[in-house]
Design a protein around this ligand. Structure first.
Ligand SMILES: [Zn+2]
Length: 60
């Protein structure tokens, strides 16, 4: 757990907190950005491709 400064009131809030306890400003941003999703999707797609290739190899 770490402390982050609220962008609005610079109150130190836990980075686990969704909102600043002082001013109610939203603290959390989506850390899993598009890049992370793309990476995840790419890995999934690659896995599926490999599985498909293996399946084809097994089936013959
Ligand atoms: Zn605040």
């Amino acid at each position: 757990m770490a402390l982050v400064a609220c962008p609005r009131c610079s109150h130190n809030a836990s980075d686990l907190a969704f909102k600043c306890s002082q001013c109610g400003s939203r603290l959390r941003k989506r850390k899993h950005s598009l890049g992370a999703w793309l990476l995840c999707g790419g890995a999934l797609l690659g896995g599926l491709l490999i599985l498909g290739m293996l399946g084809q190899l097994l089936v013959g």
